[in-house]
Ligand binder design. Structure first.
Ligand SMILES: Nc1nc2c(ncn2[C@@H]2O[C@H](COP(=O)(O)OP(=O)(O)O)[C@@H](O)[C@H]2O)c(=O)[nH]1
Ligand SMILES: [Mg+2]
Length: 434
C-alpha cells in the first residue's frame, strides 16, 4: 500500500496530478482545503486490513471504512510532517558541523556523508537495526534520519571542544553507555564496559561490549541429565523452582526413562507445600521423598544413591522465616555433593536479584537458573547479575510449558537473545510513539 499527498491550487489540478503519478487505480483517502489550494491524500493498493494494522489501537472494531481512510490520511500527514522536521534538524546539525569543522581546519576525522546511518546501525552481526516499525512507507526513512541526526549530534559535540579527539571518544562512550543501560545493564557495569571502548565508532564499541558480556557470562558445560548427580534449586517463592524441576524431570524421563531419577523436597514448612511436586512424580512415575523430622536430607540421599539424577526442591524461605537457616545449612553441610542452584526470575529488579543472592549464598551456590525470560522486557539485568556474581547459568526457562520451555544455557545465544529482546522492545516503543 503506497500513500501519497498532493497539493494544488484547484481540485481539478490536484486530481490531474493524482492520475498522472498514481494512475487510475488510486483511492482518495481524504481531501481538504488548505492555505493556497487543496490537499488530497491518496493510496495505491489500499487495503483496509493493512490500514487497521498500521493504525493499531487508535482504531476500534466499529471504525467504518471512510473514517479509517481519514485516519490513514492523518497518520500519513503526521509522518510526512515529522519527516520534514527531521530534514530540517539534519540540515541545521550539518551546518553547525561544517562551521565547527572549518574552525578545526577541516580536520574532521569522520565522514558524515549520506550513508552515515548505515554505518551507525548496519553491518554488524549483532548490531541493532533501527526499531521503527516498517508499517509505514516513511518509517524506514525516518529511522535512517533519526540515526543520522543522533550520530551527527556526536560529531557536532566532538568538534566543539578544545580537545576534539578526546571529546569524540567520550561522546561515543556516552552513547554506548546509554545503549547498554537501555539493554538492561546497571549504570556501573554499562559505564565500565563503555570506557573500555577507547576509540572508534559506536557500533564497534557495541559489538565489543556484547563480546565482553558473552565472555563474562559463565554457563554450565554439561546438561544435568548427562552429568548426573544431586541438584537442588533454591530461591524465593514464585521464582519457578518447582516448575523448573518438573521440566527437568520430564526431559529426563523422555530421554532416559523414570528408573534412575528421584525427586526430593525439603519444604516441610508450609501446608500442602509438596502437592505440585507429587503431581509431577505421579505423572512421570518418579518417586518423591520429603525431608522431615524423621527423615533427614542425608538419610534420603543415602537411600537414593543408586539414582543417576536427584532433583531437590526447596521452600522459598527468606532470612526472617523460621527454618531459613536450617534448610540452607542442610544443603551446604550434606556429605553428598549437592550442586545448589539459585533460581532467579528475569523479571526481578536488579536490586532484588542481588538481595536474593545474598539471602541464599550460604547454601554454597554452584550456579543459577534464569526463569521467566519470556516475561522480561530486557535481559541485560539478568546478564549483569550473572556477570557480577560469577554464577554460571545452567538453564533458562521462557514459559510455563512443561517440558518445552526449558533450555540449556550458552552464553553467546543468551546475549543474542538479549539483543533480540532489546530490538523488540524498541520496536514496540516506536509503534507506541508513532
Ligand atoms: N511465564 C513464565 N512463568 C513461569 C516460568 N517458570 C515458572 N513460571 C510460573 O511461575 C509461577 C511460580 O512457579 P513455581 O514453580 O510454583 O515457583 P516456586 O514457588 O519457586 O516453586 C507458576 O505459575 C509457574 O507456572 C517461566 O519460565 N515463564
Ligand atoms: Mg514451589
Amino acid at each position: 500500500m503506497k500513500v501519497k499527498r498532493f497539493f494544488a491550487q484547484s481540485m481539478a489540478e490536484a486530481l490531474r496530478q493524482v492520475r498522472e503519478q498514481m494512475g487510475p487505480e488510486a483511492v482518495i483517502l481524504s481531501n481538504r482545503r488548505v492555505d493556497g489550494g487543496v490537499e488530497i491524500v491518496t493510496a495505491l493498493d489500499y487495503d483496509e486490513n493493512m490500514a487497521r494494522q498500521r493504525l493499531g489501537s487508535s482504531v476500534g472494531e466499529s471504525t467504518n471504512g471512510s473514517r479509517l481512510a481519514e485516519l490513514q490520511a492523518e497518520q500519513h500527514r503526521r509522518l510526512e510532517d515529522e519527516l520534514g522536521r527531521s530534514r530540517e534538524r539534519i540540515r541545521e546539525v550539518r551546518e553547525k558541523r561544517s562551521v565547527s569543522g572549518s574552525r578545526n581546519n577541516g580536520a574532521n576525522p569522520i565522514d558524515a556523508g549520506p550513508s552515515l546511518a548505515d554505518k551507525v546501525f548496519g553491518g554488524s552481526e549483532m548490531a541493532l537495526e533501527d526499531p521503527v516499525s516498517s508499517g509505514s512507507d516513511y518509517s524506514g526513512e525516518l529511522a535512517q534520519m533519526r540515526a543520522e541526526i543522533s550520530s551527527l549530534r556526536d560529531l557536532v559535540s566532538a568538534n566543539r571542544g578544545s580537545q576534539p579527539e578526546k571529546t569524540a571518544v567520550n561522546a561515543v562512550q556516552q552513547r554506548l553507555a546509554e545503549r547498554l543501560q537501555e539493554f538492561g545493564l546497571g549504570h556501573e557495569l554499562a559505564g565500565s564496559l563503555s570506557r573500555r571502548h577507547r576509540a572508534g565508532r559506536l557500533e564497534d564499541g557495541w559489538k565489543q561490549s556484547l563480546k565482553m558480556l558473552a565472555a563474562g557470562v559463565k554457563t554450565a558445560r554439561a546438561e544435568w541429565a548427562e552429568e548426573g548427580g544431586v541438584y537442588a534449586l533454591v530461591g524465593p517463592t514464585g521464582s519457578g523452582k518447582t516448575t523448573t524441576i518438573g521440566k527437568l524431570a520430564a526431559h529426563y524421563v523422555l530421554r532416559h526413562g523414570a528408573d534412575s531419577l528421584a525427586l526430593v523436597t525439603t519444604d516441610r514448612y508450609r501446608v500442602a507445600a509438596h502437592e505440585q511436586l507429587f503431581v509431577f512424580g505421579r505423572i512421570l512415575n518418579v518417586p518423591v521423598r520429603v525431608v522431615d523430622e524423621t527423615h533427614s536430607l542425608d538419610d534420603i540421599l543415602d537411600e537414593l544413591s543408586d539414582r543417576h539424577l536427584v532433583l531437590i526442591d526447596t521452600a522459598g524461605l527468606t532470612s526472617t522465616d523460621k527454618g531459613y537457616e536450617e534448610q540452607l545449612t542442610e544443603l551446604a553441610r550434606s556429605h553428598h555433593r549437592i550442586r545448589t542452584h539459585l533460581v532467579v526470575s528475569a523479571t526481578s529488579q536488579p536490586r532484588i536479584m542481588k538481595s536474593v543472592w545474598h539471602c541464599y549464598k550460604m547454601a554454597n551456590l554452584t550456579g543459577c537458573v534464569m526463569t521467566k525470560i519470556d516475561e522480561a522486557l530486557t535481559l541485560g539485568e539478568s546478564l549483569g547479575f550473572v556477570m557480577e556474581t560469577g554464577l554460571p547459568v545452567a538453564y533458562y526457562t521462557d514459559g510455563q510449558k512443561i517440558p518445552e520451555d526449558l533450555h540449556h544455557a550458552e552464553s553467546i545465544p543468551l546475549v543474542r537473545l538479549a539483543v533480540e529482546r532489546l530490538k523488540k522492545l524498541q520496536q514496540q516503543e516506536a509503534v507506541a510513539v508513532s
